[in-house]
Design a protein. Structure first.
Length: 241
């Protein structure tokens, strides 16, 4: 069956939508006729880019680093945007430090964005999606299944995210489909937030591109209604990193 037009006319919320993977996903959706609600702290050029991609969208300024306000902010957003057909939970951060050298404050800050804000988002979005159904895509990481020295807090948050996704899938099927992408290293602006010494350990030219990940998101979203891609592990041809 031809699924090339499967997404036309749908709506999507994408978090962290103005840079990196989130931006690539938002534009790929707009190219396929999906109206995107782009969620981020700064709009950048996303509205013009969505229009140029083929489908005008909307921008919503939400601070996902404050999970105590996320649920109420999203509830307000849904009153104007409506219940989405698609949700891509992409916003996140990284932290590089050995476990015992990680402060509780840094641990909390990372979990607030990578895990707690996702949980709060689901509390607002899932009840709104149940009646019509839909598809929720989690952006995990190869670090959701493999621990790396010096990345303990990040790996722990991504393991937690995968458990959250798997539990949601079990609880909400068959009405809401849930997929998790587990990419290896992706060349995004996230690397520029890390210490220079850490950046020097990696060859970003060998990493996946955000567009590679976006293509995988489109693939899982275009599956026929009776099928779900639960997980995709996507790696650079040269290896995990």
């Amino acid at each position: 069956m031809d699924r090339s037009q499967a997404l036309q006319g749908q709506t999507a919320l994408v978090t962290g939508a103005t840079r990196g993977i989130g931006r690539a996903v938002a534009l790929a959706l707009a190219e396929r006729g999906v109206k995107v609600g782009a969620i981020a702290r700064q709009p950048g050029h996303i509205l013009a880019e969505l229009t140029a991609a083929g489908t005008p969208g909307q921008f919503y300024n939400l601070d996902l680093a404050r999970p105590d306000t996320v649920e109420s902010q999203l509830a307000n957003l849904l009153q104007t945007f409506g219940a989405p057909n698609i949700v891509v939970l992409n916003a996140g951060m990284a932290l590089v430090a050995n476990l015992t050298a990680t402060s509780l404050q840094d641990w909390q800050r990372l979990f607030d964005l990578n895990v707690h804000s996702v949980f709060a988002s689901l509390r607002a979005i899932v009840p709104a999606m149940r009646a019509q159904g839909g598809h929720i895509v989690f952006l995990g990481s190869i670090a959701s299944k493999q621990a790396f020295p010096g990345w303990g807090a990040y790996c722990s948050s991504k393991f937690a995210l995968l458990a959250l996704a798997q539990t949601l899938a079990a609880e909400e099927r068959p009405h809401i489909r849930v997929s998790t992408l587990l990419p290896g290293a992706v060349n995004t602006p996230l690397w520029e937030t890390l210490p220079t010494a850490v950046q020097a350990q990696f060859d970003r030219t060998q990493m996946l591109s955000p567009e590679d990940v976006a293509a995988s998101v489109i693939h899982v979203l275009k599956m026929p209604p009776h099928a779900t891609v639960a997980e995709i592990t996507l790696l650079p041809q040269t290896g995990v990193l």
